[in-house]
Design a protein around this ligand. Structure first.
Ligand code: MLT
Ligand code: MN
Ligand code: ZN
Length: 304
């Protein structure tokens, strides 16, 4: 049984974002719509060993809100988190690592380009190498994460390259290359069930469509409804394409391009606070639902 918990469904900044007065953020502050923390998922096949997919800045709050991830066995020091798998080096994917600095052992899996970013920043040295192994992973090379006792975790992870870009704070300092953004395919050894996790995707290629087809669940980049949403709403000057995020709407958007993809559950995650789908009664939310997609929310649990 592959159990996947959405710890946070929102994109970088969360909902509400600290400095944002947009309608969604105002409604989230006022309790009219649910607030959401920044994107991170947790997966497990045994409900004993858990693996985070990205460590959001809100990790501490997310762990407090998720009893499955609380220390067990009445031990003075324990965490069910046996590993963290990173899909990119954005602040919203790595900052939570700084909250995991209390010398508990876990493995950190990431592409060498992402590991290099952590390596180049001494603040991540708070993760003591004596307790936290940094394990390089490569697109097209499956791996089985280790349980806390060193045994295989019971599911396989295959990273795959996704169109994307280097972290926002590295723009200008480094060029985008393969490995800056990856997707993950999870496969439960016992049941053969598969889930794909793509929290950032700049472009939906034919290869990606073929890969996602036939899955039991897809968790996909839902940052924006429209490519020019931030510009039209006066919140920013960048398009989704410029930010490395394909929109939901439009001819090249996720709804159109993934329309033929057959999957039992299709869930949007990493949803920006500007996205009108946060509003349950919006036309955009209705369009998403009609297309067979779900809007992820904090605490949402899917068991495959
Ligand atoms: C992104 O997904 O584009 C980044 O999280 C942006 C950011 O860090 O603000
Ligand atoms: Mn992000
Ligand atoms: Zn906002």
């Amino acid at each position: 049984m592959l159990r996947i918990v959405i710890l946070g469904a929102a994109a970088g900044g969360g909902l509400p974002q600290w400095n944002c007065g947009c309608a969604n953020c105002v409604d989230a502050r006022g309790g009219k719509i649910a607030a959401s923390t920044q994107a991170s998922l947790a997966v497990s096949v045994d409900d004993t060993n858990w693996f985070l997919i990205n460590a959001a800045p809100d990790l501490r709050q997310q762990l407090s809100a998720t009893p499955r991830l609380h220390p067990k066995h009445c031990a003075l020091r324990h965490s069910p988190i046996a590993g963290v798998i990173l899909t990119n080096a954005e602040v919203d994917a790595v900052a939570g690592l700084l909250s995991m600095r209390e010398t508990s052992p876990f493995a950190l899996y990431a592409h060498p380009r992402v590991l290099a970013v952590l390596q180049s920043n001494p603040i991540f040295d708070v993760l003591n190498p004596a307790h936290v192994a940094r394990v390089p992973i490569a697109p097209g090379t499956p791996f089985i994460p280790d349980s806390a006792d060193g045994r295989p975790a019971g599911f396989e992870v295959t990273p795959f390259a996704v169109a994307g870009k280097q972290a926002l704070y590295l723009e200008g300092a480094a060029n985008t290359d393969e490995g800056d953004t990856i997707g993950l395919t999870l496969r439960d050894h016992a049941s053969g069930k598969t889930a794909h996790i793509v929290t950032a995707c700049a472009r939906i290629t034919a290869d990606l469509v073929a890969r996602l087809d036939g899955a039991d669940a897809i968790f996909f980049d839902g940052t924006l409804w429209r490519d020019d949403e931030l510009i039209r709403s006066g919140l920013g000057h960048k398009t989704g394409a410029r930010m490395g995020h394909v929109a939901m709407d439009g001819p090249d958007g996720a709804l159109a391009r993934l329309d033929g993809v057959n999957a039992k559950r299709k869930v949007f995650v990493h949803i920006n606070n500007s996205n009108p789908v946060w509003q349950r009664d919006s036309a955009e939310r209705a369009a998403v639902t009609r297309a067979g997609w779900e809007i992820g929310h904090d605490g949402m649990e899917i068991v495959l």
